[in-house]
Design a protein around this ligand. Structure first.
Ligand code: NAD
Length: 320
């Protein structure tokens, strides 16, 4: 049985699938050639990340498909219900990348708190001629320890981020319309664990109390952070969006940076992905990454092996 991993898959995922007797094809097939490729190779399992689109027409045109797998969380690139109604299994790996995204949030937070995003831009240009000026320009850093992190969206990644924050010594406040409280178990290198129960509070209170705010919500119709929400935040707040483009109003964010409401911010995701607005790319108050929240070897390994485990178990149960 053939598996086409069209947006790539980790070596561990390939090995797990091959051990279970699958033939894994890792050629990247162009979107417009997918239908032909799947049919001519009799592909039973199509694995994608966010790049390949699996829409109704492709699903209709490829009767050999039994499973569509998304390595990662959001399935906006797949017509999930349509596929399921046709008897195709649609799977994803929702938990595999949570800790990696949480660590990227902290990479940005530590960087922004100490101006690394700017200093890394300036040092190659003027580090040898204006060392003293740069030292002064970046003298007013802040520590994260003792500060309050506001988490908007307290699901898997929000909670993973809260755990890192607690480990760093921050206070965590969270808002989520569907999560009342969460029990966070922090596990340490020596096997010890510590439990923290966090009760969510109102969005207004999170905006008002937080020194740093991070978003971990799904894509939705309206902005979660627009002008009104920005105005409700503390002066000089630092923001991170590593969830989905379109949950922060980018125009309002740039204005809030210009008027000093927001001190600095980090974006891993963009409204206009994969062509973020040039005003964002050139803004020296922004720490930027190209949607790399889940891009660690560990997360990709977990994604690959979790997909393989699910595929094997589905096909075993169905005895295909
Ligand atoms: N940057 C990356 O590379 C990367 C990687 C993986 C996932 N993500 C994204 O991160 C986001 C969170 O993923 P997750 O696995 O934690 O999802 P999740 O479903 O576990 O959690 C999302 C939470 O957001 C809450 N929520 C929904 N609307 C809200 C709102 N308006 N205000 C506050 N809370 C709201 C939900 O109730 C839910 O508890 C998703 O958008 C996902 O696509 C990004």
């Amino acid at each position: 049985m053939k598996v086409l991993a069209n947006d790539g898959i980790s070596k561990s995922g390939v090995e797990a699938l091959e051990q279970a007797g699958f033939e894994v094809i890792t050629t990247k097939v162009a979107q417009e050639q997918l239908e032909n490729f799947i049919n001519s190779h009799d592909v039973a399992v199509l694995l994608v990340r966010s790049a390949t689109k699996v829409r109704k027409d492709l699903i209709d045109a490829c009767p050999s498909l039994k499973i569509i797998g998304r390595g990662g969380v959001g399935m906006d690139n797949i017509d999930v219900e349509y596929a399921r109604n046709k008897g195709i299994h649609v799977i994803n790996t929702p938990a595999a990348s949570s800790h990696s995204v949480a660590e990227l949030v902290f990479a940005h937070l530590f960087g922004l708190a100490r101006y690394l995003h700017s200093s890394n831009r300036d040092m190659p240009l003027t580090g040898d001629t204006k060392f003293g000026e740069l030292k002064k320009a970046y003298a007013k850093g802040t520590e994260l320890k003792g500060k309050t992190l506001g988490v908007l969206g307290f699901g898997r990644i929000g909670q993973a981020t809260a755990k890192v924050a607690i480990g760093v010594g921050m206070k965590v406040v969270a808002y989520d319309p569907y999560v009342e409280k969460a029990n966070l178990e922090l596990d340490f290198f020596d096997g010890r664990t510590l439990d923290f129960e966090i009760e969510t509070i109102s969005k207004e209170d999170v905006l008002k109390q937080s020194d740093f705010i991070t978003l971990h919500v799904p894509a939705q119709k309206d902005y979660v952070i627009g002008k009104k929400e920005l105005n409700a935040m503390k002066d000089g707040v630092i923001l991170v969006n590593a969830s989905r483009g379109g949950v922060i109003d980018e125009v309002a964010l740039v204005q809030a940076i210009e008027n000093g409401k927001v001190a600095r911010a980090a974006l891993d995701v963009f409204e206009n992905e994969p062509k973020p607005e040039i005003q964002l790319l050139m803004n020296s108050a922004l720490s930027l990454t190209p949607h790399t929240g889940a891009a660690t070897n560990e997360a990709q390994d977990r994604i690959g092996t979790e997909l393989a485990t699910q595929i094997v178990s589905i096909l075993k149960t169905e005895k295909v």
